[in-house]
Design a protein around this ligand. Structure first.
Ligand code: ARG
Length: 457
């Protein structure tokens, strides 16, 4: 097929160059946004009398038909037409004749693709944000359902202090809330219209950029045409935000994987979200969580690819920029799939509250509270720490827990210990005492859960 840019060429494009240069195999997905942008552009061209109004009408009607065809999968994209833009423009001219040849007046594929990508990105941000809300809801519901459940909180993966499971889950809600915020902040930077920058320097036609921006729901217009056609910062930010989401999902997945081991036995993930082994009949593997953890690597890779793509690009548009699409599409698809799957997996998780509580009996989780007890009775904290450290050593050597110790033994370490000491040892008491803002006491966690739920509605 004749190239839309073929005028100055005598020779044919090499077949390998067509293979290298085509982007329609991956940018065809931009068609709905490309068409929407072209419709707004054509309407403006007609309104400004840059092209006959009747031609603008034909263009708009033709584009709408093509849009439906594409949606119905009844449109054939041709790689010899390079990209989504030229596929649609060629199809338009084929259908409506000469009027179609007027569509590209005062426009370049450079500002066209920049506009398509920003509209696409905006919609992906909305989709990711809504998935982030669903996920936070699933986590909050799980926190609410298991509100009484206590498990060992860890540092260094070593038992540290007991915490509410709800507190633990709400930690993830905070992470995904920040992710939601980050995408919201990015959306403002994305929603700036580059169309009207043309190839790089603006155009001689009396275009009305404001009209086009209003039709396309852009908040504002790009102010420098050279920056507008070559800027891909927002795609890097998108991948960076997606990378953080994936990292958070991966941390959660890692915990689920650990928690569903025989060693922990804290949770059982539902059958629909686990898989079996082809050889070992007993297996029920947390593959979903593992795949989510594994997919982080691709999204980090996508971010790195974009950062590397952009470094060293001189002003303005360079064909390298065509390579922005596959990474950002991959990052977007991956993060959306993983968010959806994790949100759907959460309600299937069965919590083994007994195993969690039992685990709080190992590892002297009461140690800080014993030290605080002595400190409350006047002993300097550093000294209390030393005394309780000695108690831990004693218990370790004699295979005892603090709860096994008699009052006399307590008092052999410090006379400040009184008969009320046993009362401070239960995990529920320890949790209740951590009533500082942001702490794990049921009162604080209940308030945090309420706040999170309010934010989600
Ligand atoms: N397919 C191209 C891209 O994605 C569209 C812009 C092409 N512009 C050009 N001057 N060759 O970047």
């Amino acid at each position: 097929m004749k190239k839309l840019w073929g005028g100055r060429f005598e020779g044919k494009t090499d077949a390998l160059v067509e293979q290298l240069g085509e982007s329609v195999s991956f940018d065809a997905r931009l068609a709905p946004w490309d068409i929407r942008g072209s419709i707004a552009h054509a309407r403006m061209l007609g309104d400004q009398s840059i092209i006959p109004k009747s031609d603008a009408k034909k263009i708009i009607a033709g584009l709408k038909k093509i849009d439906i065809e594409i949606e119905k999968d009844a449109f054939t994209f041709r790689t010899d037409l390079e990209d989504v833009h030229m596929n649609i423009e060629s199809a338009l001219t084929e259908r409506i004749g000469d009027a179609g040849k007027r569509l590209h007046t005062g426009r370049s594929r450079n500002d066209q693709i920049a506009t398509d990508m920003r509209m696409w990105c905006r919609d992906q941000i909305d989709a990711v944000q809504s998935l982030l809300i669903d996920l936070q809801r699933a986590l909050s519901t799980m926190a609410d359902t298991h509100f009484q459940v206590i498990l060992p909180g860890c540092t260094h993966l070593q038992h540290a202090q007991p915490v509410l499971l709800a507190h633990h889950l709400l930690a993830y809600v905070e992470m995904f809330h920040r992710d939601h915020q980050r995408f919201g902040e990015l959306r403002k930077r994305v929603n700036v219209m580059p169309l009207g920058s043309a190839a790089l320097a603006g155009t001689t036609y009396p275009i009305n950029r404001k009209q086009v921006a209003a039709e396309l729901d852009f908040d504002s217009l790009s102010v420098n045409s050279m920056d507008a056609v070559s800027d891909r910062d927002y795609l890097i930010e998108f991948c960076s935000n997606a990378a953080l989401v994936m990292m958070h999902l991966s941390r959660f997945s890692e915990e689920l994987i650990l928690w569903s081991t025989q060693e922990y036995n804290y949770v059982v993930i539902g059958d629909a979200f686990t898989t079996g082994s082809s050889i070992m009949p007993q297996k029920k593997n947390p593959d979903v969580a593992e795949l989510v953890r594994g997919k982080v690597g691709r999204v980090y890779g996508d971010l790195t690819a974009l950062l590397t793509l952009m470094k060293g690009l001189p002003m303005t548009y360079n064909r390298d920029l065509q390579e922005d699409k596959e990474p950002v599409f991959d990052a977007s698809d991956t993060v959306q799939l993983c968010l959806a799957v994790v949100a759907k997996m959460i309600p299937t998780i069965k919590v083994n509250a007994e195993a969690m509580l039992e685990a709080t009996q190992e590892g002297f989780l009461e140690a800080t509270d014993l030290a605080d007890y002595l400190t409350a009775k006047g002993m300097p904290f550093r000294e209390s720490h030393e005394v309780v450290g000695k108690m831990v050593l004693h218990c370790t050597k004699n295979k005892l827990r603090f709860t096994d110790l008699t009052l006399e033994t307590f008092q052999s370490f410090s006379s400040l210990f009184k008969s009320d000491i046993q009362a401070i040892l239960p995990p529920a008491h320890i949790v209740k005492e951590r009533n500082t803002l942001g702490g794990t006491s049921p009162k604080r966690v209940r308030a945090a859960l309420k706040k999170a739920s309010k934010r989600l509605n």
